[in-house]
Write a protein of this length. Structure first.
Length: 84
């Protein structure tokens, strides 16, 4: 996964369930449409919890990878159409 300028990084290393999911949800709900969120964490349960959260929030999981003891997720939001 390469770093991109439109990504917002969220390092949740050392936090245990449910904190990684709760903080990811908070960041995702504040994420502007068209931007990406890169979440790094060490909680092994995040490999199950974060993809479920992404699906529930209507976002897209672009990548999920394990880097040693760290998990890294790239999540994006599609551009939202303007309100009529």
């Amino acid at each position: 996964m390469r770093d991109e300028p439109d990504c917002i990084a969220l390092d949740l290393s050392g936090l245990k369930c449910p904190l990684p999911v709760l903080r990811t949800r908070k960041a995702l709900r504040r994420l502007p449409a068209g931007r990406s969120l890169v979440v790094t964490c060490t909680d092994p349960l995040a490999m199950i919890d974060i993809p479920n959260l992404v699906r529930e929030e209507g976002a897209r999981l672009d990548a999920a990878e394990r880097l040693g003891d760290r998990l890294r997720f790239r999540i994006s939001l599609s551009a939202k159409p303007p309100h009529s």
